[in-house]
Design a protein around this ligand. Structure first.
Ligand code: ATP
Ligand code: MG
Ligand code: MG
Ligand code: MG
Length: 572
């Protein structure tokens, strides 16, 4: 420590409100460079790398292959998927010297899809899981709490590519299991909640939330079952791509399709409505039914727009590939809107024979259900109070303690959490956009299906601190601590030299050791040891003249005197 680039602080930083922010700064793990932008100092870098190592080991264990993509990306990829617009102000945009538009990657679905498309073409190549651990950039509206919500932050993002839905389900399940191992190893207390899929698009999606009162996410959990859900998702249990419970032979599909604006405008104008549509129109929701030439089966397709947002028709580049189209009437718009807003769920769909689902989060996407009785599509018969509240609004944030759990077991209570991981079954949103196909055994191309899976690596560091600290400082779980043992030498009678010697021996036995050999008062050293939070502390001080050193457990506070000759054995 006498030459470690470390200065601890006595005072909490003025802008810090949550424990992890205060402690990581005070203990010299991170320093703020600009709002939401942080420097990792030597001990912090070690912790960050330790978290990354755990993530890497578990990703490799499920067959993930690590790559490193650029963070500086040309606009065109994100234009293809609509995300150049969709991301809004969150995207960091910049221009090169020729005036061409670039962005700093907030997440990398686009480039990974293109990467796989460039290398793989046969069904025999799949499945594949690729991942990276990289800095991500998001111009967050409210960067807060130090590295918990940064504008530049470290993420592990992985992507699975499969040729069929069963494969995707398997890749998803493997990631889910890997995430459980990762967060267990990090010593985090967390829940897994079903989630809406945000700007990612797609269907099945779960979030891992570290339980912490300072978290930004509110979730509900059941008193009696494992049920836990993000409050946003409570009323809208999104069916997984693949099947719908209670609808035999029914399947849910999600795709962005490939039509142009002009096709869409043509649908609308061909639908016999009493107005003309132009490319400049905005729509909240569009519902159409289509069928292939010669086919008896209609398919209902919809473009559901997130929440109340209206989207310019110009932005609906990726829509449908229709062959024969009818636009349903106003009532259907209403049904669609209720679905889009999540006022009704799959149950209502079944009860009302609705064969249409919309993913409320996918501006350019479509979702629909195909079933055994595919010819009939009555879309309505919604009952106020049963399928949606009479005034058409449900404030999902108002789910209260004591509400019945949707799975019928127990009651719900609310808690707060930090989103540390997020897994998605994206389906074909991105592979459709970039036309990523694999040639099947029959020689015919199949569209590849995709999952994407994120872990906030830097956020995980702070989440551990949120859960694992006391009034004196951080308490690291050994797996990610900056060292296993902190040896403190205090005194002028050879204690520091003895501390260095013991440290050397422990290191020779494979432990990671930090030795406090600074010229500083004992109190300063003890306080710093508590602040830094290394799990085991060895004090070489006053007792040394009697042949004793003190072993301290940072978590329990337990202290034991140990003969100096036995300290190495007692510690390893
Ligand atoms: P949040 O809801 O907190 O804004 P997100 O849903 O936007 O997160 P994802 O797109 O799901 O984030 O990204 C994957 C993971 O990256 C998240 O689960 C989270 O752990 C982490 N992450 C996202 N944004 C940030 C950020 N600004 N700072 C640190 N970590 C972040
Ligand atoms: Mg976000
Ligand atoms: Mg989120
Ligand atoms: Mg998320």
């Amino acid at each position: 420590m006498s030459n470690l680039f470390l200065r601890t602080l006595r005072e909490d930083p003025a802008d810090a409100e949550v424990p992890s922010h205060k402690l990581l700064v005070r203990a010299g793990y991170v320093r703020r460079a600009a709002p939401g932008i942080y420097t990792w100092l030597p001990l912090g870098k070690i912790v960050l790398e330790n978290v990354a190592r755990v993530v890497r080991e578990e990703m490799n264990a499920i067959g993930g292959q690590e790559v490193l993509l650029p963070a500086l990306l040309p606009k065109e990829f994100y234009e293809t998927t609509g995300r150049w617009e969709e991301y809004g102000d969150t995207l960091f945009r910049l221009k090169d010297r020729k005036g061409a538009d670039y962005l700093l990657g907030p997440t990398h679905e686009e480039l990974f899809t293109l990467l796989v498309k460039g290398e793989y073409s046969s069904y025999k190549d799949f499945p594949v899981v690729l991942y990276q651990i990289q800095e991500k950039f998001r111009d967050e509206a409210r960067p807060r709490a130090g590295v918990l919500r940064g504008r530049e932050f470290h993420m592990k993002d992985s992507y699975s590519f499969d040729t069929d839905d069963e494969g995707l389900q398997q890749s998803y399940d493997q990631h889910r299991a890997a995430y459980i191992r990762i967060f267990d190893r990090l010593g985090l207390d967390y829940v897994i909640v079903s989630a809406t899929s945000g700007a990612m698009g797609g269907s099945a999606s779960e979030e891992f939330l570290a339980v912490a009162p300072t978290g930004e996410d509110t979730f509900v959990r059941s008193t009696e079952s494992d049920y836990a859900a993000n409050v946003e998702a409570v009323r809208t249990p999104a069916p997984a791509e693949g099947s719908v419970e209670g609808l035999p032979e029914a399947r849910v599909h999600h795709t962005p399709g490939t039509a142009t604006i002009q096709t869409l405008v043509d649908f609308l104008n061909g639908a016999g409505l009493d107005r003309d549509f132009t490319e400049a129109d905005t729509l909240k929701n569009v519902l159409v039914k289509t069928r292939a030439p010669g086919s008896k089966e209609w398919e209902l397709l919809g473009i559901g727009l997130p929440g109340d947002r209206e989207v310019d028709l110009k932005r609906l580049e990726a829509a449908l590939e229709p062959t024969e189209v009818a636009l349903l009437d106003d009532a259907d718009f209403a049904a669609n809107t209720f679905l889009a807003k999540g006022y009704i769920g799959p149950r209502a769909l079944l009860d009302n024979k609705v064969r249409y689902l919309v993913d409320p989060r996918v501006a350019t996407g479509t979702s629909w259900v195909t079933g055994a009785d595919r010819t009939d599509h009555h879309v309505l018969d919604l009952v106020a109070g049963r399928d949606f509240t009479p005034d058409g609004t449900i404030d999902v944030a108002e789910v209260r303690d004591g509400d019945a759990s949707p799975d019928g077991r127990g009651t719900l209570y609310t808690a707060r959490g930090i989103e540390i991981g997020h897994i998605f079954q994206l389906g074909r949103k991105y592979t459709d956009a970039f036309k990523l196909d694999a040639l099947g055994p029959d020689g015919k191309p199949r569209r590849v299906t995709m999952g994407s899976y994120g872990i906030g690596v830097s956020r995980a560091v702070a989440s551990v601190v949120e859960q694992s600290h006391d009034d004196k400082g951080i308490v690291w779980p050994r797996e990610i601590a900056p060292a296993d043992v902190h040896v403190v030498g205090t005194g002028k009678g050879g204690e520091v030299e003895e501390a260095l010697r013991i440290g050397g021996e422990l290191e020779a036995r494979g432990l990671r050791v930090l030795v406090d050999d600074r010229k500083a008062a004992p109190g300063v050293k003890f306080n710093d040891a508590e602040l830094l939070g290394i799990p085991t502390v060895v004090i070489v001080g006053r007792g040394l003249k009697d042949g004793l050193v003190e072993l301290r457990d940072r978590r329990t506070g337990e202290r034991t005197d140990v003969p100096v000759g036995e300290i190495v054995e007692s510690t390893v």
